[in-house]
Design a protein around this ligand. Structure first.
Ligand code: HPA
Length: 245
């Protein structure tokens, strides 16, 4: 089954048909919200809003392990993560949709593994390619089918939040090779890998990153919300066009 993790601006997937809610408990605690099960473009999906149904859970406080565990326990084998991001190069204009292919992790202090010394035999997962190639291609085909322009490939820098970055941090992150910055891609992506879940991200650029473009003097949070609202309609069209696995 397909799982969708909704980010900022996508707390409910109102396009889900025949939706029902399922409260999940996990060995890692409580997920961000009950799972919403339903049909999207004829496909069965499980939806989890990572910030909670009322968008109250900050990126560094999300129980990523419980969210991924709940999806896995529900029989999800493919996850598409919707994530809002800041764009670093000029071409990453607000409203762009991006399917990243690499990650740099700047987060700290998050529970970032299921191998936490509580008895599971340790396995080091390969993370050379952090996103599932096949699922990325499926997402890109859905972009073509829905006539939405998706950029194929970018490096996602996962920052700690909940504050936005300084202009100097963005300069450093760009030098490291990142094109977009967001606060939730890690440890979500690696936890999916540890559970054997295929994981790809549809990133939505909602602002020029700190110090870039129109944001040379500061990032407008109101503007972020406006762009996110409009872009999520495009995201829903892409999701509806996803082929069956
Ligand atoms: N930085 C980090 N995370 C974000 C941003 C940003 O500029 N925009 C949306 N999520």
């Amino acid at each position: 089954m397909l799982g969708i993790i909704g980010g900022s601006g996508l707390g409910v997937l109102s396009t889900l048909k025949e939706a029902s809610q399922r409260v999940m408990s996990t060995p890692y605690g409580t997920p961000s919200a009950p799972l919403t099960l339903g049909l999207l473009g004829g496909k069965r999906v499980s939806f989890m809003p990572r910030h909670g149904a009322g968008h109250t859970i900050a990126p560094h406080l999300i129980n990523y392990r419980a969210n991924l565990w709940a999806l896995h326990a529900q029989g999800v084998c493919d996850v598409i993560a919707i994530s809002t991001v800041g764009g670093i190069p000029d071409e990453m204009i607000p409203g762009s949709l991006v399917v990243p292919d690499q990650i740099i992790d700047y987060t700290h202090g998050r529970e970032s593994s299921f191998f936490d010394g509580t008895g599971r035999p340790l396995k080091h997962v390969d993370f050379t390619l952090p996103f599932c190639g096949k699922l990325r291609q499926r997402l890109l085909r859905a972009g073509a089918a829905s006539k939405e322009n998706l950029r194929d490939g970018a490096t996602y820098g996962a920052t700690q939040g909940p504050r936005l970055e300084t202009a100097a941090e963005i300069n450093r992150i760009e030098q490291d090779g990142a094109h977009i910055v967001g606060m939730t891609g890690m440890p979500e992506a690696v936890l999916a890998r540890e559970l054997g879940i295929n994981y790809a991200m549809l990133a939505v650029v909602v602002n020029p990153a700190a110090g870039r473009g129109s944001n040379s003097a500061g990032v407008s949070i109101d503007e972020i919300h406006k762009v996110a609202d409009t872009a999520m309609r495009k995201v829903c069209r892409v999701l509806e066009s996803l082929e069956q696995a």
